[in-house]
Design a protein around this ligand. Sequence first.
Ligand code: KG4
Ligand code: ZN
Length: 379
Amino acid sequence: MNVLGIETSCDETAAAVVATTGDARRPWRVLSNVVASQADIHREWGGVVPEVASRQHLRDICGVVDRALTDAGTPWGAIDALAVTQGPGLVGALLVGVAFAKAAAAVLDRPIVAVHHLAGHIESIFLEHGEIPLPAAILVVSGGHTSLYVVPEPGIYHLIGRTRDDAAGEAYDKVARVLGLGYPGGPVIDRVAQEGNDAAVDLPLPRFTGADRNPAPADLRTMLDGRRLPTVDFSFSGLKSAVLRHVQQRGRLLGIQGDASEGGVPLDRAEVADIAASFQRVVVESLLDRTFDAAQRIGARSIGIAGGVSANSRLRRDALARGARAGLPVFVPPLSLSTDNAAMIAAAGLRRLERGERSSLDFNAQASLSIQPGESTPA
Ligand code: KG4
Ligand code: ZN
């Protein structure tokens, strides 16, 4: 079976073909994975401009899908089903993919499944590694989300933790801006941090003192095997503000002109590297402390880390090292499946198709969408 996946939730227009293999241990195979990134367009604005994103998806979608079909060697007639990101994301951007996929499904008379973007990130791990030991604690860490899920069986996702404020990737993007490093911030901080001293700046590990601005939905009190699952909170806005204050103070002390919230304060290269490395140390430590702690408390048999920030070299290295020490296998997707792509959407679609699920053609894009009934995901 060949599934065409389509993803347009943010600033990547993506299409991919994923096929079933018939091998239970590694059931899916990527035949093609095409991503047209709009990062160069949004860089000028310092972040994603929703209206510009939708228009660019419109320009790119036909060419990207054509390319995915050609790369896979699967003409339209060889596509057995479609999977498309329904949400969460920018509604105007989502609409382009949803409208395209529904039209194709109607014309081809093939089944279609609407997919939750974060289910796609979770399934990127299964797409790469096949079936992993369950229950697994899976951290999805991206530009829009920092969420921890328990996966007790394939295709079932229980949300047990989320950020109270900024997502980790969002903090990366904001800190990069303050440091004058441009957009998107994650890859550039990752690179610059390699030259820095990660103990140079004393930054606070996130603590929870104020009110929860992003209160937990009811299903965070999820039960598994008769036990209530623990809940986990992440927070990155305090850390981001601490970096901002530090950079402003250093700018003032050194008499450097620059606005931390605009183009950044142009500190010298070595100092920027130290700040980037120190920030990254705290982000990674806080993500892994909470994920490993939760995994141990729920008796997880493995850990997965997915989403754009899982491309981070330090997060990958430290997670694998901690996993080895704790005797818990850690699974991350390859870089091509970490940041937004449509192969993961096709995989999440296959998961639903294999469970006998289909969507009717009247579903619509949803900016904030629940991963499964009962959960709400912040916009
Ligand atoms: O999953 P993704 O492509 O899009 C969303 O669903 O949000 O994640 C994008 C995020 C951005 O915030 C980007 O800065 C971050 O992932 N990112 C990284 C790295 N590569 C991308 N963060 C840290 N280190 C990286 N190497
Ligand atoms: Zn994503």
